[in-house]
Write a protein that binds this ligand. Structure first.
Ligand code: ADP
Ligand code: MG
Length: 341
């Protein structure tokens, strides 16, 4: 299969927050790309800059206190950061949409779900009210809400958490966008419901051939759905790789730490590994590699030199799964050793 054209390309994105205590560099040179039909999982502990990156892409960053200090967000080759707010608003919803963790605070509590879903068609497509309501029921069917026709006039709080999240997915899909950013879409749900919602999202993504950026702090949920992974730490990408390779042979000690802290059903009773320490205060990011105070491999150079995103290659310049060279990168001075265990 020929590679799909790149849909979204984030280049060297930098976002800072100006606070009373100082300038927090929340996003510090993030680069990643998503093609049509592809799922990129963005992983990292809380506070690593995953959501702020997404907000900058969608054009919903709080400014101030936030400020985009540099970089590009190319959507089909066009830099969104150069567009006027009105142009961005037209792209939002219609061409790229976002799914948030908390459906209850994202949906309007005083409007029925049918009215909210219908509004997407009325506002963006000029569909008449009655027809818009028909489309709303279709969408609810689509995300498998049982007895959609009877529930179209219910309010968000009348649905369970899982069903509400399905309604959020329906809202995002309404105008058939090319790109969806899902920010911790299942984090607030029970484990069994999490899997169902994730499966639904993955299925619809394939069906509509959308690009999907799946933000999560849970490595466990991405194995089945993601094509590639970008791991973030303190506002930087520290590792990118096709999903299978990262599970087999992580090339950054932070990724290895995350993998080792996934609970495994086959290892009940084992003490769960946890990465020691806490992520850095973004007002005072440590010199050198930001992860060095927590890293079991840290040496002198790690405390003084910021590691670039090294290209990770096996012999022959081709990565293990046959992916093109350059797909695997690690911001660790000692990626080779890390790769070998
Ligand atoms: P996560 O990876 O958990 O999604 P975020 O992208 O939400 O992390 O946040 C990254 C960092 O950006 C936070 O730790 C915080 O320091 C800073 N930040 C985010 N939003 C704001 C805000 N509205 N005001 C000030 N700082 C913020
Ligand atoms: Mg977040």
């Amino acid at each position: 299969m020929p590679p799909s054209p790149v849909l979204l390309e984030v280049r060297d994105l930098q976002v800072e927050f100006h606070t009373r205590e100082g300038v927090a560099k929340a996003v510090n040179g993030v680069t990643y790309a998503v093609a049509a039909g592809e799922t990129l999982a963005v992983l990292g502990e809380s506070g690593s800059g995953k959501s702020v990156t997404a907000q900058a892409i969608m054009g919903i960053l709080d400014t101030p206190p936030g400020r985009i200090a540099g970089g590009e967000v190319l959507f089909r080759g066009q830099d969104l950061l150069k567009l006027k707010e009105e142009q961005r608003r037209r792209i939002r919803g219609a061409e790229m949409a976002m799914i948030f963790q908390d459906a209850l605070s994202s949906l309007n509590p005083v409007l029925t779900v049918g009215a909210q879903l219908g509004e997407m068609f009325e506002v963006h497509r000029g569909t008449g009210r009655k027809q818009a309501r028909v489309r709303a029921v279709e969408l609810m069917d689509r995300v498998r809400i049982p007895a959609a026709k009877d529930r179209v006039n219910d309010y968000p709080h009348q649905f369970s958490g899982g069903m509400r999240q399905r309604i959020m997915i329906a809202m995002a899909l309404a105008l058939e966008p090319d790109l969806i950013i899902a920010d911790e879409p299942t984090t607030a749900l029970d484990v069994t419901v999490q899997a169902q919602v994730m499966d639904l999202l993955a299925e619809l993504q394939r069906e509509f051939n959308m690009g999907l950026i799946l933000i999560t702090h849970d490595l466990g949920v991405v194995a089945d759905v993601a094509d590639k992974i970008a791991v973030m730490y303190a506002g930087r990408i520290v590792e990118t790789a096709p999903v299978h390779e990262i599970y087999k042979r992580p090339a950054h000690p932070y990724t290895r730490g995350l993998l080792d802290s996934i609970p495994r059903l086959d290892q009940k009773g084992h003490e769960l590994y946890a990465i020691k320490g806490l992520p850095p205060n973004l007002l005072h990011i440590p010199p050198g590699c930001a992860f060095n105070p927590r890293c079991p491999r840290a040496r002198d150079v790690c405390r003084t030199e910021v590691p670039p995103l090294y290209e990770v290659m096996d012999e022959g310049g081709v990565t293990e799964e046959g992916g093109a060279a350059g797909e695997r990168r690690s911001a660790c001075h000692f990626w080779k050793e890390t790769l070998d265990g």
